[in-house]
Design a protein around this ligand. Structure first.
Ligand code: ARG
Length: 267
């Protein structure tokens, strides 16, 4: 009998010890967390997700071999990389997949003329916004289409890029006769070739294409603000991104960039 008591006692002691160890925090501290900023600086490059189909913000300069991604957003990203002391590895993706790619860590940051929206900011952390642009319904010069609101597009085959605020606006306006395009290049070629009757796009992109192709704007709907995006829980990186943007307004680089890529002179 005595022996049984001893065994039960031992088992009870072990159980209490194990359970106690489970609940009592360890006095030995864990390794300090490596921030995404540390990781980027240690690896020597930042991975930036974009959709390089959006002149003048990000597009392929095919006159270099290999082709390089250039544009308004690209210059901003170069300032950020310089500030961090790292290079850039561009990750050119479908626009509609950029938010998920950043949220799961395939890219460190997104720079893609991406409008700030409350909905997007539930998935990613936005920078301060850096530019405000108009949204435009565009057609070929020879088109006779006239509209006074987005809703008037119902019945017209209007092209729009997947995953964009522009698509969401068409849906909100109860337009059902739209065609989604993965890339803006494909959409613009469809418009020029006549397989769609109109397209809904950010106005500077229309202005860039209208330098080469006979296009006109038939409606300007509103304006949206663009931000850079990174994942939540990385305040060190977001702080650097925001500082570079704010500094560029203070030292004038942002205004030079507006002039260079959008021909906008701020006086
Ligand atoms: N500004 C729009 C949006 O945020 C369209 C952006 C498309 N960007 C691109 N690189 N294709 O939804």
């Amino acid at each position: 009998m005595k022996r049984e008591f001893a065994v039960v006692g031992m088992v009870a002691c072990i159980a209490v010890g194990v359970l106690g160890g489970w609940f009592i925090p360890s006095p030995i501290p864990g390794a300090p967390r490596a921030s995404l900023l540390d990781i980027i600086q240690n690896r020597g490059y930042i991975i930036i997700g974009t959709s390089a189909d959006y002149e003048p913000f990000e597009y392929m300069n095919t006159s270099t071999i290999p082709a390089t991604i250039v544009g308004f957003d690209v210059d901003m990203c170069n300032w950020i990389a310089d500030k961090l002391g790292v290079a850039i590895q561009w990750s050119d993706r479908n626009f509609g997949g950029l938010i998920a790619a950043c949220a799961v860590g395939k890219v460190d940051m997104v720079a893609a003329a991406m409008t700030y929206t409350v909905n997007r900011s539930s998935f990613l952390a936005a920078s301060v916004t850096y530019i405000t642009v108009g949204q435009a319904v565009i057609v070929r010069n020879d088109s006779v289409l006239t509209i006074t609101s987005l809703a008037d597009l119902e019945g017209t085959n209007v092209g729009v890029q997947s995953g964009t605020t522009l698509l969401q606006q068409l849906i909100n306006a109860s337009v059902t006769t739209y065609t989604e395009f993965i890339t803006v290049d494909a959409m613009m070629l469809a418009l020029i070739g006549g397989s769609i009757a109109a397209a809904y796009i950010d106005e500077p992109v229309f202005l860039a294409w209208s330098k080469t192709y006979p296009l006109k704007m038939i409606l300007q709907t509103g304006t949206e603000d663009f931000a850079l995006w990174t994942r939540y829980g990385e305040p060190e990186l977001l702080y650097e991104i925001n500082n570079v943007i704010l500094d560029s307004f203070l030292d004038g680089r942002m205004y030079d960039n507006l002039e260079k890529w959008l021909n906008i002179t701020v006086t």
